[in-house]
Design a protein around this ligand. Structure first.
Ligand SMILES: Nc1ncnc2c1ncn2[C@@H]1O[C@H](COP(=O)(O)OP(=O)(O)OP(=O)(O)O)[C@@H](O)[C@H]1O
Length: 306
């Protein structure tokens, strides 16, 4: 072996060692810093057809990211939210960056939990009375979220986040699309066809070929994520129709989710106008609510201002 080859090998192994040490350090910091979720009291496993209706009730809920224990929170991401959503209603959540839209979706998935409110803030408003008589609670189809098994809750609610998550590069496309291998090959192809991604995937070796998320554009990643939700919706439809879809992306295929209660975060007016109701947020509070077309016409409305 020449000196050059030896040097190349040393550099390659050294780089690998550095990468591995980095991974170990990230795992160590993850296990030290990330608190385990407590599943106390979450003993209800809803029957397969739930959430069949998709009714949502939020009564006086506040939430914060920092963990203060029992101490009051200075910065609330969500501040005394009260919102009822009827089964099958399509609600768009609007508001400036940082107003709490994504945090609201995290609430439904128990990725953010309610915290006690420090004190009534600001003047009482129509949409959010500051003297709230109800205990703070979120319920889906009249079941308090805190009593539903967290895993079941997350498995039942379809969520499309802003930043889609992919399995490590090299994982087959099919596993990325359907990690539990619950769907048939034709189900997978059909879901990818529904979002016009099948031709692209097929040209790269099809379902069993390894997928490198880096080779997908941001739009393609969102479409892939949408194909996952379509596939899960179609598999679920064999047991029950309806459910809850949380959308934190701009592109939606309404046709695929007819009958679902939809809560969508949106910045695009064109998308919002087709919804039943728009909820405008500011500083973690609901500041306006109503039919999008009506609010868009109302002089001085916050929605119009956006
Ligand atoms: N991981 C986090 N840690 C701490 N604070 C956070 C975190 N995520 C959001 N926040 C804070 O919570 C508040 C609400 O943020 P959120 O992401 O819900 O807003 P948003 O309306 O979805 O914004 P955007 O339109 O930019 O996505 C903001 O004050 C934000 O700084």
């Amino acid at each position: 072996m020449t000196f050059g080859e030896n040097l190349t090998m040393i550099i390659r192994f050294y780089t690998l060692l550095e990468t591995s040490i980095g991974a170990i350090s990230r795992l160590k910091s993850f296990s030290e810093n990330v608190k385990q979720e407590s599943s106390e009291g979450e003993d209800i496993v809803p029957p397969k057809e739930r959430p069949a209706d998709g009714k949502i009730d939020i009564s006086g809920v506040s939430a914060a990211y920092e963990d203060n224990g029992e101490a009051p929170h200075e910065h609330l991401a969500l501040d005394n939210l009260r919102l009822s959503i009827a089964p099958g209603e399509r609600v768009a959540i609007c508001g400036r960056s940082g107003s709490g839209k994504s945090s609201l979706l995290l609430l439904f998935l128990r990725l953010l939990d309610p915290v006690p409110r420090p004190k009534p803030t600001g003047p009482s408003q129509d949409h959010q009375p500051s003297n709230n008589p109800l205990p703070q609670q979120i319920a889906i189809d009249s079941l308090p979220l805190t009593s539903i098994s967290r895993n079941h809750l997350r498995a039942r609610i379809l969520a499309l986040p802003q930043e889609p998550v992919f399995l490590p590069s090299g994982t087959p496309t099919r596993t990325n699309l359907d990690p539990q291998h619950a769907a048939s090959e034709s189900d997978c192809v059909s879901a990818l066809q529904a979002v016009s991604l099948w031709e692209f995937i097929s040209a790269r070796g099809g379902l069993d070929a390894p997928l490198s998320p880096d080779t997908l554009s941001q739009g393609q990643k969102q479409l892939f994520n949408l194909a996952r939700a379509i596939l899960r919706r179609r598999l679920r439809a064999r047991d029950s129709e309806g459910g809850i879809l949380l959308l934190d992306m701009q592109r939606v295929i309404m046709r695929e989710f007819a009958g679902y209660t939809i809560v969508m975060v949106s910045h695009r007016l064109g998308m919002v106008m087709g919804f039943d109701r728009v909820v405008v947020m500011d500083a973690g509070r609901i500041v306006e609510m109503g039919r999008p077309a009506k609010l868009a016409e109302t002089e001085g409305s916050k929605f119009r201002g956006l």
